[in-house]
Structures are given as structure tokens and as C-alpha cells.
Design a protein around this ligand. Structure first.
Ligand SMILES: Nc1nc2c(c(=O)[nH]1)N[C@H]1C(S)=C(S)[C@@H](COP(=O)(O)O)O[C@H]1N2
Ligand SMILES: [Mo]
Length: 561
């Protein structure tokens, strides 16, 4: 190791060495700041961490096109991608500030403080923010400044102060690499005298090793504190409360799903009931809300005779209905997988509206989430007899946190973004003119019934299969209307009507299968559906924006010779 004084001095006076130390110090000060913010957000219930605060702003303000790109690139990992992107940006800026601070401390101090202030404003003004949310960012800024100065040491004091005093009061000093470092170089006036006056300061006892020691300690502390903070934010108590929920059964229980709604070929690819663990998840929440059911309530308010409120226990104690309903995302592309079918247990929405006494002039029902996300749909939809409900359970368990615990809206026939508010906290009666829900100002349609569509699930596209008898199978859906007919076409052959599984409900997808005599070569297989009203699925391909994709799904397969 280069511990001889001559080596050390030359190391630390190299501008590159100073920049490297500065960069490392900057990175670690940023990490330490963020970690302390995570801890504060974890300890004080309800505070938003700056990463989440800034992330929410990004989610809410990025152009829709960029978001669609993100969903296409990263699928349901879009949130991790965003958080990694934010982390990388912060890290890069912190490194730059640290490098600058190696020469001029004030740049680092001002930069980190500005960072903290930016985080504070972003967190406090975001969708889930309020004034208290400035604190984690402000604390982060202060901690970051302290850590930066501690790692880099303070060059000024050592020259202006008398040497004895400085040695005792400046904690950064002993471990500081050397007073002849690049920070000093930038101040010619400070050069020279210090080492001569206190030669022991630049001696082999302080230097790279001590700096690396501090770096290691800071990194370990930041990682630990940050992890603990994150864990705490995932409020352990909510998990316990959800685990203790005892679900009542429905007033009239649905019989178990009959076997004839499923075709054997789809048993693995697309089970008729989608297990909760593999149910698609789409929302804007960077951290899944962990609602405390002991304080949670559902308000029914707005244009009603009497605003009413229900506790979780009150909702569970009611006569509940049970329905199989296929939920579909407007972002689902032709052939896409952003849909799932579940058995929902809940309170009919209509009952809650009747109890509050909805004003006949209220044309829109808005569902508000604890994270302030909203959806909205016409009142007529809630009253036309379909099984719109406040769902409390999904496939026999309390709603999973990711799917809206403790309560969410489910409205058959409408895309999720206009109807299926998760972590529901209020049902507000208003008019269509007065309020635009979350996705409407972002370019999506105000009203969005699910479009008639179909999908081929087996064989998978672009796979190679053996010749001979091959099962082609998939699903078709036309929530509210039901599937009447599904047809497939191989290459440019005729459309052939396929075999349909039993229809569980007009609100669920319907499985289908067809046996095809596969001949060697490359083939294109297309599918299209017709609903019970006689509507044929639209052939023309259109994008999901603004109100759902259209187009016939087709796949290409290779059949071995
Ligand atoms: N609070 C909240 N609820 C929400 C959303 C959201 O972003 N926030 N996304 C909606 C959308 S776009 C869809 S498609 C469904 C998806 O429900 P799932 O994640 O349970 O499958 O939830 C809806 N409910
Ligand atoms: Mo969606």
C-alpha cells in the first residue's frame, strides 16, 4: 500500500484523485440523505418518502406517450423501472455535486440543499402529498450536507483557525486524506503553509485508508437505515389485520365454477379463474397502499340526500353478493394479457347509493382511492341492473393489498380505469361535466365500455409444432353481452366456427377450442368473435388510447415437416 508520505501527497494532489473522492463522497451523501428520509417516512406513519413523492409527480406528469412506451418496454415492471431511473438520476447528480464540492465545498452544500428543497416541494404538492411531507426531504438535505462535509473534511477551518483548535473541533480532520488535496489546490493562498505548520496532518496516519473506512461505514449505515425505513413503510400492522379478516359468505353463494366453462387445452395457459397471485396489476401506486382497516371508512357523498359512511366491519356484516367478473385494462393490446377473471364478493353499489339517496341530477359516480386516484362512470351504469359492487374479497380471500384491500369498485363491462378504483375510500356522486377522473385529462376517453375481443392462447405465436391434429384454443369476451360465436381462419382459408365452452356469465370471458390438421410449413391463424347482440368484433387495428384497442388477433406458427 502506498502509505509513504511522498506517495500519499502525490496521490491526493492529483486532480483525478480529488474528483474521485468527491464523487464517492457525493454519492454517499445522497444515499445517506435518502436513507434517513426513508427512515423518517417509515417511523412517522403517513409521511411520504421523497423518492415516492418525486415518483408520483413523474407518474402524474409524464406525457402519455412516454408512459405507454414504459408500459410496452417494462410491462408491469414499469414502476421498478421508474424508481430505478429516479435513483440513477439522483445518484448521477450527487456524484457531480460531490466532484464539484471536492474543490468548492459550497457548491456541494448549496446543491444538496437545493435537492432537499426540490424533494420537499415535489412530495408536498404531489397527488398523495401534504405539507408534512416536506420533512423527509428536508432531513435528507441536512443529512446529506453533513455527510458530505464529514467525508471531504473542511479545508477552510484548518487554515483560518489556529491549528490546535481546529484539530480538536473538526471531526472531519483526522480522517481527511490530506490538507494538500485538490480542494486546497484551488485556493493557492492556502497551499503550502498547512503541511509545514502541522506536518503530522499529512502523515501516513490519515489518508486513503481512513477515507475508505468512512466510505464503508457510511455506505453500510445508509443501506441499513434505508432498508429498515422501507420495511417500516410497508406497515406490518396492515398485514396482520388483513390476515385476521374473517370473510362471511354471500347471501346466496355461487356454486363452484363448473368444469365445462374451461377447455382442457387452456388449463395451464389461461385457467378460467385467474389465481390472485397471477392476476395482472395496473395502477399508479409506487408503494402499494397498506390501509389500516381500524380507521378506514367508506364515504358515500356528493349529490346525495344524506352523506353516509361505512366501516370495514359494517360492510362485511351486510348481505353480500358473489359474482364472477372478468376485469380488463384499457391498455390491453390485441392479444395482450392485461385482464383476469375472478370471483368477487361485495356489497351491491346500488344499495349504498339508495341508502344515501342519490340526487337524480347526479350523472357520474366517482370512486376515490386513499392515494387520491379517481375513476368515474355514468350513474346510469350503476343503476341499470348490472352487478356493480364494492368488492371486499377476491377468489375467496380478502382483497390482496395490490388489488385494493380493503375495498374496491368492480363494474362489469367497463375498463378498469373508469371504474375499478382500488383502496376505495369514497364514492362521490357528481355530474359528468363537473369532474374528470384521473386518466381523462391525460387523454383517455371519459366513458369506456370494454370492447368485444378475442385472443389465441395456444399454440403460442412463433413456436414450432408437430404436424397433424393440433388444438387451437383461446378466450373471447364481451362483458355485459356475452359471446355468441368465435371463428378462426388459417392462412387465407374460410372462417370456421369453433367449439365454445359453457358460458359462466355474460360478464366473464368465454373459452373456445378448435382442432386443426396442421400441415408442414408456416401458417397464420386469426380469430374473431361475435357477441349475443350479433356484433362482429372490429377488424381494424387501433391503439388502446383513447378507449381500448380493436383488431383481430392473429399468430404465426411453424409446423415441422
Ligand atoms: N387506486 C387505484 N385504483 C385503480 C388504478 C389505479 O391506478 N389506482 N388503476 C385502475 C386500472 S387502469 C385497472 S385496469 C384496474 C386493475 O386492477 P388490478 O390491478 O386489480 O388488476 O385497477 C384500476 N384501479
Ligand atoms: Mo387499466
Amino acid at each position: 500500500m502506498s502509505t509513504s508520505p511522498s506517495n500519499r501527497a502525490s496521490d491526493s494532489t492529483k486532480p483525478g484523485g480529488g474528483a474521485l473522492r468527491g464523487g464517492v463522497a457525493g454519492l454517499l451523501s445522497g444515499a445517506a440523505g435518502l436513507a434517513s428520509a426513508e427512515l423518517l417516512a417509515g417511523v412517522v406513519h403517513g409521511l411520504t418518502s421523497p423518492v415516492i413523492g418525486v415518483g408520483n409527480q413523474v407518474v402524474d406528469h409524464v406525457p402519455v406517450a412516454l408512459k405507454q412506451f414504459a408500459i410496452r418496454q417494462f410491462g408491469t415492471h414499469d414502476k421498478q423501472a421508474l424508481l430505478i431511473g429516479i435513483g440513477a438520476t439522483i445518484a448521477a447528480l450527487a456524484v457531480v455535486l460531490g466532484v464539484a464540492a471536492a474543490r468548492r465545498r459550497w457548491i456541494g452544500v448549496v446543491g444538496l440543499a437545493a435537492f432537499g428543497a426540490f424533494g420537499a416541494v415535489a412530495s408536498a404538492t404531489g397527488r398523495t402529498g401534504n405539507a408534512r411531507d416536506v420533512w423527509p426531504s428536508l432531513v435528507a438535505g441536512v443529512v446529506a450536507v453533513i455527510v458530505l462535509l464529514a467525508l471531504l473534511g473542511s479545508p477552510r477551518r484548518r487554515v483560518i483557525g489556529d491549528d490546535e483548535g481546529v484539530l480538536e473541533t473538526s471531526p472531519g480532520l483526522e480522517a481527511r486524506p490530506a490538507p494538500v488535496g485538490p480542494g486546497l489546490e484551488a485556493r493557492p493562498a492556502l497551499k503550502g503553509p498547512a503541511p509545514e505548520a502541522r506536518p503530522e496532518l499529512v502523515g501516513p496516519s490519515i489518508g486513503r485508508r481512513a477515507f475508505l473506512g468512512r466510505v464503508a461505514v457510511t455506505a453500510a449505515a445508509a443501506a441499513t437505515v434505508g432498508t429498515v425505513g422501507r420495511r417500516l413503510q410497508r406497515s406490518v400492522s396492515a398485514i396482520g389485520e388483513r390476515a385476521r379478516v374473517v370473510l362471511p359468505s354471500a347471501r346466496r353463494k355461487l356454486p363452484p365454477v363448473p368444469a365445462n366453462v374451461a377447455v382442457a387445452e387452456l388449463a395451464k395457459a389461461t385457467p378460467f379463474m385467474t389465481p390472485n397471485a397471477s392476476f395482472y396489476r395496473i395502477d399508479t401506486a409506487l408503494l402499494v397502499p397498506r390501509v389500516d382497516v381500524s380507521t378506514w371508512k367508506l364515504d358515500v357523498k356528493g349529490m346525495v340526500m344524506t352523506a353516509t359512511s361505512y366501516t370495514y366491519a359494517q360492510l362485511l356484516a351486510r348481505d353480500l353478493i358473489e359474482r364472477d367478473i372478468t376485469l380488463t385494462c384499457v391498455s390491453n393490446e390485441v392479444g395482450g394479457v392485461l385482464m383476469g377473471n375472478a370471483r368477487w364478493l361485495g356489497v351491491p353499489l346500488r344499495e349504498l347509493l339508495d341508502e344515501a339517496g342519490i340526487d337524480p341530477k347526479a350523472t357520474q359516480i366517482v370512486g376515490r382511492s386513499v392515494d387520491r386516484w379517481t375513476s368515474g362512470f355514468p350513474t346510469a351504469v350503476a343503476l341499470d341492473g348490472r352487478d356493480a359492487m364494492v368488492a371486499l374479497a377476491m377468489n375467496g380471500e380478502p382483497l390482496p393489498f395490490a388489488h385494493g384491500f380493503p375495498a374496491r369498485l368492480i363494474v362489469p363491462g367497463l375498463y378498469g380505469y373508469v371504474s375499478a378504483t382500488k383502496w376505495l375510500t369514497a364514492i362521490e356522486c357528481t355530474t359528468l361535466e363537473v369532474f374528470n377522473a384521473y386518466w381523462v385529462p391525460r387523454g383517455y376517453a371519459k366513458e369506456a365500455p370494454i370492447k368485444l375481443a378475442s385472443r389465441i392462447d395456444v399454440p403460442r405465436g412463433l413456436t414450432t409444432i408437430a404436424p397433424g391434429r393440433v388444438a387451437i384454443a383461446g378466450i373471447a369476451w364481451a362483458q355485459r353481452h356475452g359471446i355468441e360465436k368465435v371463428e378462426i381462419r388459417v392462412d387465407n382459408g374460410p372462417w370456421e366456427t369453433v367449439e365454445l365452452a359453457h358460458e359462466q356469465s355474460v360478464d366473464t370471458w368465454r373459452q373456445w377450442r378448435h382442432v386443426w390438421d396442421a400441415t408442414p410449413g408456416q401458417h397464420e391463424i386469426a380469430v374473431r368473435a361475435t357477441d349475443h347482440l350479433g356484433h362482429l368484433q372490429i377488424e381494424k387495428r387501433t391503439a388502446p388510447l383513447p378507449n381500448g384497442a380493436t383488431g383481430w388477433h392473429s399468430i404465426v406458427v411453424f409446423v415441422k415437416a
